[in-house]
Design a binder for this molecule. Sequence first.
Ligand code: COA
Length: 181
Amino acid sequence: MRAETERLTLRPLEQRDRADLERIMGDEQVRRFFPTRASSEDVDRFLNRVWQEEADYGFCFGAAEWKANGRLAGIIGMARFDEPLRAATGAEVEIGWQLDPAFWGQGVAPEGAQAWLDYGWRELGLREVVAITAVPNRPSQRVMEKLGMVRDEARDFDHPRVPEGHALRRHVLYRIGNPLV
Ligand SMILES: CC(C)(COP(=O)(O)OP(=O)(O)OC[C@H]1O[C@@H](n2cnc3c(N)ncnc32)[C@H](O)[C@@H]1OP(=O)(O)O)[C@@H](O)C(=O)NCCC(=O)NCCS
């Protein structure tokens, strides 16, 4: 997916983003609501998954580049759930974000994510997009609310990859339907 918003260039992730991704995905603040910080191997696995899914389905999480200076602000995008998450959520496609803390608090995630939703409705013809996060992750839930997504409390679930008893296991699910269909 390639698009321009007022402040962002949205484009596929590339090998040249690797060092920035390692810094962002390994950052303690960024990963405050994740069970772990990403290791170098996790970043490799993430990038390989992204490139494989772009080849298979035509989209996956992408780069959000700050137009003014070309810096990587973070990851914004949509991806298909794998089987365990499909079973846990009853959904097919999620939207998500992880930004460098230097870019927080300026509406960057909502700006980039709105362009991704538009792409999902117009180009992919999706019927529904969901977003999931751990119950205490209010900043991420605020982004969902700004996008017009609505929490479906009946679809709260335990994340299949977070260990039983872990404080971040319980997840909320927000959804939005395609306004064009
Ligand atoms: C969630 C995240 C993408 C929000 O992006 P953003 O571009 O800052 O979004 P916004 O500017 O719209 O702010 C959203 C909320 O973040 C919180 N927030 C804003 N600036 C913040 C800061 N400096 N520190 C902590 N939280 C902050 C506020 O709750 C804000 O809600 P408000 O606008 O009603 O005050 C960003 O905080 C992030 O990358 N977090 C870590 C990764 C993560 O948790 N991703 C989601 C995993 S499901």
